[in-house]
Design a protein around this ligand. Structure first.
Ligand code: PEP
Length: 248
């Protein structure tokens, strides 16, 4: 049985002071030790959030993005080795906002996943179709392409330890979530692609669902087949709502 993941993507919310306050509160109120909880603060808030979690921390931390080069003249970017040095365990790769607002390509996601693994962290690769693609019946094809491309440079061990998130673009931040049946269907597609890549060890790869998850719908989503956890944006920003999701 794999351990479920509850991942909080704070996006561009909570500066260093607010982030530290929220993590302190989460630490004080955290009761679950049978799940893996990961917080993805904005890069500038990472250090204060990580420090507020204490040592040892009951949670894991990740960054929302890295560049795929190790160092150099890339003004404004952060590298994977820097994220590792700062205390990150995970890196989000290919989030829909990176793909659709900042133009991240499948090839970028492949290079980033490889750099994240080689820097000693785990990529959390996000895949998902737009509403137009869904309406054209292209969901399975789109997520299969994104998954194969993003994982293309990983070896067998890296493939089984990486984490995947299915996040339909039309469900992110819109209040419109996929039904448990929609999630199960697409997670089944992803699991079968993984089976093709790593055989029976595909069962060990955690596939999260993301897209307007709230305290009201999380239990239904987690009950769907092949859903091993959730990646949450809006409803992870405040401790009450986030802890209520994590207690599902
Ligand atoms: C996300 O940012 O990955 C996300 C799923 O956002 P929201 O929960 O707000 O839809």
């Amino acid at each position: 049985m794999t351990q479920q993941i509850f991942a909080a993507n704070w996006k561009m919310n909570h500066g260093p002071t607010a982030a530290a306050g929220i993590v302190s509160e989460l630490r004080r109120r955290w009761r679950r030790f049978d799940v893996e909880m990961i917080i993805f603060p904005p890069a500038l808030s990472f250090a204060s959030a990580r420090a507020a979690a204490g040592d040892p921390s009951p949670f894991k931390f990740g960054v929302q993005n890295v560049y795929y080069a190790e160092r150099g003249a890339f003004t404004g970017e952060n590298s994977a080795p820097m994220a590792k040095d700062a205390g990150a365990d995970y890196v989000l790769v290919g989030h829909s906002e990176r793909r659709h607002v900042f133009g991240e390509t499948d090839e970028d996601t492949a290079k980033k996943c490889a750099m994240v693994e080689r820097s000693g962290m785990t990529p959390l690769l996000c895949v998902g179709e737009t509403l137009d693609q869904r309406n054209r019946g292209e969901t399975a094809g789109v997520v299969t392409r994104q998954l194969r491309a993003g994982l293309a440079q990983l070896d067998q061990v890296e493939l089984t330890t990486s984490v995947i998130a299915y996040e339909p673009v039309w469900a992110i931040g819109t209040g419109r979530n996929a039904t448990p049946e929609d999630a199960a269907e697409t997670h089944g597609v992803l699991r079968s692609v993984l089976r093709d890549l790593v055989g029976d060890r595909a069962a060990e790869v955690r596939i999260l669902y993301g897209g307007s998850v709230t305290p009201a719908n999380v239990e239904q989503i987690l009950g769907a087949a092949d859903v091993d956890g959730v990646l949450v944006g809006g409803a992870s920003l405040e401790p009450d709502s986030w802890l209520s999701i994590c207690s599902a």
